[in-house]
Design a binder for this molecule. Structure first.
Ligand code: ZN
Length: 120
């Protein structure tokens, strides 16, 4: 249960069915999508933009900044992805980091984006 390591995949369009151990990077859509590393099956959509996530990808390994706090999901998972590896954040999940405050403001934007990407 849970993912220890992701395999990055560059895609132009995000597939409907996501694999648990893959992280999908779409530079065209400016998003990074993966299933929550805890194994709960929630889709995590991270926008790549100056207010969103910064991605380093060398063709083999991916590192994302800042950490990924899934406080909108029941699992409330919080982790980093560094060189494809999932590193669970030390911070207790009850604490909401500043990055999540930004993303909650953007929730509408995210929901629209998810709808567009998955044609919901
Ligand atoms: Zn989860």
């Amino acid at each position: 249960m849970g993912v220890k390591k992701f395999e990055p995949l560059l895609v132009s369009r995000v597939p409907k069915e996501l694999e648990t151990d893959k992280i999908y990077i779409s530079l065209e859509c400016k998003v990074i999508i993966h299933l929550c590393a805890c194994g709960c099956g929630e889709k995590v959509v991270l926008p790549i933009d100056p207010d969103g996530w910064e991605i380093s990808y060398d063709g083999e390994s991916v590192t994302l900044k800042p950490s990924i706090g899934n406080f909108q999901f029941p699992c409330r998972s919080h982790y980093w992805i560094r060189n494809n590896k999932v590193e669970w954040a030390d911070m207790p999940p009850v604490q909401i980091p500043a990055t999540n405050m930004v993303s909650s403001k953007k929730q509408n934007f995210w929901q629209k984006l998810i709808k567009r990407l998955f044609k919901l």
